[in-house]
Design a protein. Structure first.
Length: 128
C-alpha cells in the first residue's frame, strides 16, 4: 500500500463539492520553506517507515479536527512556525516539524487554506 493511501488528510474540497456548496477559499499560508518540506519528509520516514522523495500526496479522505483554540488567529499562530514548539514534548519523538493542516474554518464559516491540499501535513495522530 502506498504511504499516501494510509494517511489521514483534511480536505474540505471533495465534501463541499459533493454537497454542491459554493464558497471562497482564502489563502492564508503558513511558512513551508525547503527546510519544513525536508522535515516533513523526514517525519513521513520516521512515523510511517517510508522514504518519499517529496511531500506530494493524493487526498483520499477528510479528517475534521477541532483545535480547542478560541479564535482563527490563535489557531493560525499554532500552525505557522516551521518547528514544533517546546510546549509539545509529547510530539517531539516523531520529529521537529510543527503540526500543520491544509484548511482552517473560522467560526463565521470562512475557509482559509494554510498549505496546498496536495502536500502532506504533519498531525497529532493518536494523541487526540
Amino acid at each position: 500500500m502506498h504511504w499516501h493511501k494510509r494517511l489521514a488528510l483534511f480536505s474540505l474540497l471533495p465534501l463541499l463539492s459533493a454537497c454542491g456548496a459554493r464558497f471562497k477559499i482564502i489563502d492564508k499560508t503558513i511558512s513551508f520553506s525547503p527546510n519544513r518540506i525536508e522535515l516533513t519528509r523526514q517525519y513521513i520516514e520516521h512515523h510511517y517507515g517510508l522514504s518519499p522523495r517529496d511531500i506530494i500526496i493524493t487526498p483520499r479522505i477528510i479528517v475534521l479536527h477541532w483545535t480547542a483554540i478560541a479564535d482563527l488567529e490563535g489557531s493560525f499562530r499554532a500552525f505557522a512556525p516551521e518547528l514544533l514548539p517546546n510546549s509539545r514534548p509529547e510530539l517531539q519523538s516523531a520529529g521537529q516539524v510543527n503540526v500543520s493542516i491544509q484548511f482552517l474554518v473560522d467560526p463565521d464559516g470562512k475557509v482559509y487554506r494554510l498549505m496546498p491540499e496536495t502536500w502532506m501535513a504533519r498531525h497529532c495522530i493518536g494523541l487526540n
